[in-house]
Design a protein around this ligand. Structure first.
Ligand code: KG4
Ligand code: ZN
Length: 338
């Protein structure tokens, strides 16, 4: 039988993305990055909304062309309902609503964090799918959570950050080092050449499966300020070692909590998702854990780590199969539960 074609739209933060799914397979996944925020050192919400409005129609057009289908072949439209920046969410949400009305096809509302987890169910050659129940660690610019995933739609948050997200720890450290936003990928890049034990940072003491990153951020700021006062070239001369040490500390914090989660739940399948799961150090540490800690790690394909519409599309597909449609009065939500 012929597949269900689903258009998925993601616009929660600063990337405008559209994907076309044929059931659980990705036919196209187009992401328009908004470079405008680099010079401001962070996402400027007003500029993000405007760029989404500018990009959304061309991005959807390209996604359809690349998939080789027309909009009349679509069975449903999935969009990110939240969490995210309200002005950004409204652009994708309103577009999806209008198009579903025009084409007279169902609308499916998707939770962005749910999508970062279920991206592992996209059908891709060479990628295994986890079995329920499994543990998911979502690590992004806005979230840091450990989630117990019992089934496609039954998810329990076991722990989360009490302050900054892990992506912020990367980006704010990068800012102190003078890197443009978002600096996470640059820390990753320079860390490859450095010694992870060159500088020591203390890990926060946080109970249970919760996280805290604001103390580490302050520690890194003072460490850099102190050293730059002594040697103005400190950053330039030690860039690789500083990045490797920061990244190593963050990875240790994440791995410690994962080990605790495995111990507490007895679940040994672990998936990671969210922008920080693009980090080469955390990807390697997860893999190493298979031997060291006897867990089975699921690492997303690189293009499904940072924000993208294909991950919205896979949740859209599972909701579509269950007829979990949104009604026409659905609203975007800056905060949203599973
Ligand atoms: O999931 P995402 O694209 O957006 C949110 O939902 O927040 O995550 C973006 C975050 C940013 O903080 C970015 O610096 C971080 O992911 N990130 C990385 C890497 N690639 C993206 N952090 C560390 N290493 C990377 N390679
Ligand atoms: Zn995200």
């Amino acid at each position: 039988s012929k597949p269900n074609y689903i258009l998925a739209i993601e616009s929660s933060c600063d990337d405008t993305s559209a994907a076309i799914m044929a059931d659980n397979k990705v036919l196209s996944n187009i992401v328009a990055r908004q470079e405008i925020h680099e010079e401001y050192g962070g996402v400027v919400p007003e500029l993000a909304s405007r760029a989404h409005q500018q990009n959304i129609v061309p991005v959807v057009d390209i996604a359809l062309k690349k998939a080789g289908i027309t909009k009349d072949q679509l069975s449903a439209i999935a969009f990110t309902q939240g969490p995210g920046l309200m002005g950004s969410l409204l652009v994708g949400g309103s577009f999806a609503k209008s198009l579903s009305l025009a084409l007279d096809i169902p609308l499916v509302a998707v939770n962005h964090m749910h999508a970062h987890i279920l991206c592992h169910f996209i059908d891709e050659e060479g990628y295994d799918k986890p079995e329920f129940p499994f543990l998911a660690m979502t690590i992004s610019g806005g979230h840091t959570q450990i989630v117990k995933v019992n089934s496609f739609f039954d998810l329990e948050i076991l722990g989360e950050t009490t302050d900054d997200a892990v992506g912020e720890a990367f980006d704010k450290s990068a800012k102190v080092l003078g890197f443009p936003y978002p600096g996470g990928p640059l820390i990753d890049k320079y860390a490859k050449e450095g010694n992870p034990k060159a500088f020591q940072f203390t890990k926060p003491k946080v109970d249970g499966l919760n996280f805290s990153f604001s103390g580490l951020k302050t520690q890194i700021l003072y460490f850099i300020q102190k050293n730059v006062a002594i040697n103005p070239n400190f950053i330039e001369e030690n860039k690789a070692d500083i990045c490797a040490s920061i990244q190593h500390t963050i990875i240790q914090i994440l791995i410690d909590k994962l080990r605790l989660a495995v111990k507490e739940t007895g679940i040994q399948q672990i998936v990671i998702g969210g922008g920080v799961s693009a980090n080469s150090g955390i990807r390697q540490a997860l893999k190493d854990g298979e031997k060291k800690y006897k867990w089975k790690a699921f690492i997303p394909k690189f293009e499904y780590t940072t924000d993208n519409a294909a991950m919205i599309g896979i949740v859209g597909y599972y909701r579509f199969k269950e007829s979990l449609f949104a009604d026409s009065s659905v609203v975007s939500k800056a905060r949203i539960e599973f």
